[in-house]
Ligand binder design. Structure first.
Ligand code: 5GP
Ligand code: MN
Length: 340
């Protein structure tokens, strides 16, 4: 079963065959799904002899840099001239793993006057129609899972090799906590099975992404759990807050706090968690939830963000303390959402 309409696959293939220079754009602070999706496409285009570049708005964690082509990703925030040149040259643009152009932050301004054909592949709710082709499915665990179906829909499934399979499986694993959450659809397991058949290296992925942390990161996690986690059993909620000084104290590297927001969810009765990180001029927030507790509408309404029902994020334009005070207000108001 492939969820992508045959005609869409046909039209996308035409775009690809007619394109000379293809660029692939993941969201800001790209995660495993965004990077895995983008690199899988890049590897596919390498195999069929098309020029392509992945251009990311900002850097991504070291734990994802083992993937093929990861070191050739152009970073807009570090190498703007090279990025702009590649954008101008492109006649086909793929956007992956985001639902609105503002998710690429400052880089969005480079795309206001684009003549190239455009394709969006994404699994977030409310995908905006800002491209010629929109492939959006919120039932997909990850964009990477959709990339597998996309490759199938353009008739190139035989091209998927071990490297492409590794990128796709990395995206599926990182968006589902290694098939822990958001992965009850049998189709996800179907695709994982096909990827393993092709040669995807499950153990290598898990070792590279999950067993590759610095000791500072582990100490920081312990510190946060011991000193910075506040639990509200009566509201089924908990949060962790982190100041700029603490980031410096624990020699923070990108990706170091990845996953911290999930930790309080393993406490009995906790169904909504937040992490608040102090930045310059704003507070970066992430939320996770279980069941119907709407992390995304809270992020959208109060924190200038959005996301999935159970995983969302945004920014609060105020101090760390103000952003936390808001959270405490929200969880008290939402007490009615808890199951009796
Ligand atoms: P994370 O908490 O891992 O950074 O993000 C989880 C999900 O929340 C992402 O997949 C994305 O959908 C959403 N998200 C995170 N940050 C933002 C943001 O600043 N704006 C919007 N619209 N969504 C975000
Ligand atoms: Mn994703």
């Amino acid at each position: 079963m492939n969820r992508i309409d045959k005609n869409i696959g046909k039209q996308a293939l035409e775009f690809i065959l007619n394109a000379k220079n293809i660029i692939i754009i993941p969201h800001n602070n790209p995660d495993g799904d965004a990077v895995g999706s983008a690199l899988a496409l890049k590897l596919l285009f390498n195999m069929i002899g098309k020029n392509s570049e992945v251009i990311a708005p900002s850097d991504f964690p070291e734990s994802l840099k083992w993937m093929p082509e990861a070191n050739n990703v152009i970073l807009y925030n570090r190498n703007k001239n090279k990025a702009v040149k590649a954008i101008k040259l492109a006649d086909l643009i793929f956007y992956v793993d985001f639902n609105a152009i503002n998710r690429i932050e400052k880089m969005a301004k480079e795309f206001t006057d684009i003549k190239a054909n455009t394709i969006l592949i994404d699994h977030h709710p409310d995908a905006k129609k800002f491209t010629d082709i929109l492939i959006s499915d919120t039932n997909s665990s990850s964009t990477s899972e959709l990339i597998f179906e996309f490759i199938e829909s353009i008739g190139k499934i035989d091209i998927i090799d071990k490297d492409i399979a590794n990128c796709i499986l990395t995206g599926i694993f990182t968006d589902t906590g290694i098939l822990n959450y958001n992965s009850s659809n049998p189709q996800t397991f179907n695709i994982v099975s096909k990827l393993l058949d092709i040669g995807a290296e499950k153990n290598r992925i898990i070792d590279s992404v999950y067993n590759n942390f610095s000791s500072n990161r582990m100490k920081f996690m312990g510190y946060c759990l011991n000193n910075k986690m506040k639990v509200f059993p009566e509201f089924g909620a908990a949060y962790i807050s982190i100041t700029k000084e603490e980031l410096t104290q624990f020699e923070y590297q990108p990706g170091d706090i990845e996953g911290f927001v999930n930790l309080p969810l393993s406490i009995k009765g906790i169904v909504f968690t937040g992490i608040f990180v102090e930045k310059s001029g704003f507070t970066k927030v992430s939320f996770r939830s279980e069941g119907n507790y709407p992390a995304n509408s809270i992020a959208k309404r109060h924190y200038n963000g959005g996301g999935h029902l159970n995983a969302a994020g945004g920014k609060y334009f105020g101090t760390l303390d103000e952003s936390i005070a808001k959270f405490e207000e929200i969880i008290a108001e939402n007490k009615c959402l808890l199951k009796k």
